[in-house]
Design a protein around this ligand. Structure first.
Ligand code: ZN
Length: 441
């Protein structure tokens, strides 16, 4: 008899892939949600509860996806200057556009477009590094998506701060403003070892320790960076950062394309987390990160898209598909990074990478009800022998049917509920016209 009250009951789900420690799976089962959290999960749970019910036949439930590295507002530069050498792309396209236009308005509009795309493709938590993170915070609080937000801190003037000290000060203000928000999770974002002095890196780390937040930084993305750091400090990037004292379990290293064998040992020992961004690394021709080696040696690796200017989308399912195939091909071994591991990168491992594994990353009682339902009622996705395989190798983010964050339905029947699409298209066109002007001069 239904005796217990619930806020939302998802019933008759074909497969639930919990992604918990034992990779528990349920078939034809239910998920019960109350006060934004999962209160029950498993077979025949629906009979015990009453409340709003959604029948989920032909669907697979997975945890909300986690994008561990992006620059959300760069949607406004999607496809701008693609296929050029990196130096040309940065110096003639990206930096002039950013220098001219990055503002509260730019970041707000770009992030709104990004949030639409992330929700549509099943991302429920993302890690951001850009400027005007207060604009990002305003957007995501309204949309009800979780963001771990860091302002890029560099040794030269940025759109938000004239000096690195000002950048750090503003981050502290941001932390104090949002410390109790369930959606805005402040982090600190020293940009990279070649753009931040040891002093800046250290000061930022002190803030991370004091406020117990994530230290989000790009490390070893390109050969250029490795050579620059070696020339300047006589050490490789990871060794250099280790000697500065900023590597620990709170450090999230984006890219990590070029760690040496010795550096992988340091990462493992210090429990540094890695945000693997394969499509950006391929598109910018940065290289291929030694992900299988890092995983094998106990480094937690999450998945990231990087900004859409170098990807050029925010589809996490597409990203793990690329990762799984890239490393098989590169290692000439089809057993490398299997579908379960690929999905772990986007779920539980991603949650560990951002130090939120007690709240998100798997479907378990007590965790936030951040849930994605994929629609498998499509000949493209059948026959269905193995749900993990089908998600990673056959489907895309566009097969996401329903997205729930903290128990609230954000996407239903492939429609993003809190968003006006026409308004976003107008915004995109507005910025395109402005940015196009730069190169006409
Ligand atoms: Zn990046």
């Amino acid at each position: 008899m239904a005796v217990k009250q619930a806020d939302l009951i998802l019933t008759d789900i074909d497969y639930i892939l919990t992604m918990d420690d034992s990779l528990t799976e349920y078939k034809d089962a239910d998920i019960v949600i109350k006060d934004g959290k999962i209160v029950d999960i498993g077979k025949d749970k629906k009979s015990e509860y009453y409340g709003k019910t959604v029948v989920c036949k032909n669907k697979i439930a997975i945890p909300g996806l986690i994008n561990t590295h992006t620059h959300a507002a760069m949607t406004l530069l999607r496809g701008y200057g693609s296929d050029n050498p990196l130096k040309v792309w940065l110096e003639e396209y990206i930096w002039p556009a950013e220098g001219r236009f990055v503002s509260y308005e730019f970041v707000k509009d770009g992030t709104e477009i990004a949030v639409y795309e992330m929700l549509r493709t099943g991302t429920t938590t993302f890690v951001d590094m850009y400027f005007y993170e207060n604009a990002v915070a305003d957007v995501i609080q309204k949309a009800g998506i979780r963001g771990i937000l860091s302002t890029g801190i560099l040794d030269f003037p940025t759109p938000g701060a004239k000096t690195p000290d000002e950048g750090i000060r503003k981050t502290v203000d941001f932390i104090n403003e949002y410390k109790d928000s369930p959606f805005v999770i402040p982090a600190i974002g020293p940009h990279a070892p070649y753009t931040c002095s040891p002093e800046t890196l250290k000061k930022a780390y002190e803030v991370a320790e004091k406020y117990d937040i994530l230290y989000h930084i790009h490390i070893a993305e390109t050969e250029f960076e490795v050579n620059t750091v070696k020339e300047k400090y006589g050490k490789t990037p990871v060794e250099h950062l280790d000697s500065v004292g900023v590597l620990s379990e709170r450090t999230l290293a984006a890219h990590m394309v070029y760690p040496s064998d010795k550096e992988i040992d340091i990462l493992s020992e210090r429990q540094v987390k890695v945000a693997h961004c394969p499509e950006s690394n391929l598109k910018l021709a940065s290289g291929i990160a030694p992900v299988p080696e890092m995983i094998q040696r106990g480094v937690i690796v999450g998945i990231g898209t990087d900004g859409t200017a170098s990807n050029d989308n925010l589809d996490i399912i597409g990203e793990i598909s690329t990762a799984a195939k890239l490393h098989k091909g590169f290692k000439k071994d089809p057993t490398v990074l299997n579908a379960k591991e690929a999905l772990l990168m986007a779920t539980r491992w991603g949650a560990q990478a951002v130090r939120m594994e007690d709240k998100i990353g798997s479907l378990e009682t007590g965790k936030f009800a951040d849930i994605v339902l994929l629609d498998m009622n499509d000949p493209r996705l059948n026959p269905l022998y193995d749900p993990y395989t089908q998600i990673v190798y056959s489907s895309s983010g566009l097969d996401v049917d329903t997205v729930i964050i903290g128990g609230e339905i954000k996407v239903l029947s492939k429609k993003v509920l809190p968003v006006n699409k026409d308004y976003l298209l107008e915004k995109a066109e507005y910025w395109k016209r402005k940015i196009d002007e730069i190169r006409k001069k």
